[in-house]
Ligand binder design. Structure first.
Ligand code: PLP
Length: 401
């Protein structure tokens, strides 16, 4: 380890926790991160759901190179016609269900959530939102107000609201959605809450209740989008079409990019009364859009969603067969998998042990008993075997100590 660099990392960069992982990264390729000391780490979390096509995918890098030689930022979002933006928007819309007709590009997932909340308030003239226990939608004020973990909301009150939190997956609770609610925001598979897959019955009941109450239904596909759950978008599992789909993370192929998609009539509210009432400088950055389009082509051409479904099933089957006493549940869909352990201490020690063994895993933010697995969708069978061996060995070690 370069001591100076590490010390300056702690000195000059604002920290997000007392104990960052602190790996010194030299480069990344495919499923691997290579540290400055030469040690290789299998990235079994894809930089938290971003590197769906693997790190430094050559087609994505070539697109970035081509775009960077033409222009970078030239104007705030929405004024000039930028072919990278238009092409990505067209491709995305054609891959989404009918009714989702336009995209508003942002720079991040939280910014896209904010835009979708503002659209819902302006369209409905209502102020309240509904979100779910365990939810995570980002850390800006509006997105944080939706967070399903009171401990993260508490230091920042008062947050925009009112926001009513309901238990995730419980049909009876949906009765609380009434005609004061502008929108219901939900992750179609809840990730940071500990990896929970709702039933199709729940998702249909939610759609029906929102339509009956005149509340918009917003799917946060920031983490679940782009093949992660074994479908290009998780909404395909349920046959439910929301009013707004929010995306980010893998959307930019490794560069910062977010967006929210809806019907033309819904998104039109952002363009008038007043015009320019919701704008962004870097939203839909041409470099990010060029990278995102190349990444999307890779996902579609290489059928990465189907691949995620197959590999995910194998991993879940393997973990369930372990019958390890420390594991209380294995949940997931595609390559978004949670291993629930007996206590948070085991989770932390397992994640640390796996990293020592060269496999990066972490726990979910709102449920510290769950270790999350979310490798690149391009991961090879040999790499999966390597990871499963390391996880199994590490489990044995932490359970014994
Ligand atoms: C489901 C979900 N929504 C929103 C966000 C926020 O995205 P960003 O970190 O790009 O603001 C995240 C980030 O982890 C997320 O997992």
């Amino acid at each position: 380890m370069d001591n100076r660099l590490h010390a300056d990392f702690l000195d000059f960069l604002a920290q997000t926790s007392p104990d960052p992982i602190g790996l010194e990264i030299e480069r990344a390729e495919g499923s691997w991160l290579i540290a400055r000391d030469g040690k290789r780490y299998l990235d079994f979390i894809s930089g938290i759901g971003v590197a769906n096509c693997g790190h430094a995918n050559p087609k994505v890098l070539a697109a970035i190179r081509r775009q960077s030689e033409r222009y970078l930022h030239v104007m705030v979002y929405g004024e000039y016609v930028l072919d990278a933006q238009v092409e990505l928007a067209r491709r995305l819309i054609r891959l989404l269900p009918a009714g989702l007709e336009q995209v508003y590009f942002t720079s991040s997932g939280a910014e896209a959530i904010e835009g979708s909340l503002k659209t819902a308030r302006k369209h409905t003239g209502r102020s309240a939102f509904v979100a779910f226990d365990g939810a995570y939608h980002g850390d800006t004020m509006g997105a944080l107000a939706l967070a399903g973990n009171p401990g993260f909301r508490a230091p920042f009150q008062p947050l925009p609201g009112p926001v009513h939190h309901l238990p995730y997956g419980e049909i009876a609770a949906l009765e609380a959605i009434d005609d004061t609610v502008a929108a219901v925001v939900i992750e179609p598979v809840q990730a940071e809450g500990g990896v929970h897959v709702p039933t199709a019955e729940f998702m249909h009941a939610l759609r029906e209740r929102c339509s009956a109450a005149g509340a918009l239904l917003i799917f946060d596909e920031v983490l679940t989008g782009f093949g992660r759950t074994g479908k290009l978008f998780a909404l395909e599992h349920f046959g439910v079409v929301p009013d707004i789909v929010v995306m980010a993370k893998a959307l930019g192929g490794g560069l910062p990019l977010g967006g929210f998609c809806a019907s033309r009539s819904l998104l039109a509210v952002l363009a008038h009364d007043p015009p320019l009432g919701h704008i962004t400088t870097f939203g839909g950055h041409p470099l990010s859009c060029a990278a995102g389009l190349a990444a999307l082509e890779v996902m579609v051409e290489e059928n990465l969603a189907e691949r995620a479904a197959r590999i995910g099933n194998n991993i879940i089957g393997h973990l369930k067969n372990l019958r390890a006493p420390a594991i209380t549940a294995v949940r997931g869909v595609g390559l978004l998998i949670g291993i629930e352990l007996k206590c948070a201490d085991l989770t932390r020690r397992l994640a640390a042990r796996c990293i020592e063994a060269g496999v990066i895993v972490n726990w979910t933010l709102n449920c510290d008993r769950v270790v999350r697995l979310a490798p690149p969708l391009t991961i090879s069978d040999t790499e999966v075997d390597f990871a499963l061996r390391a996880i199994t060995d590490s489990l044995g070690q932490v359970a014994r100590t």
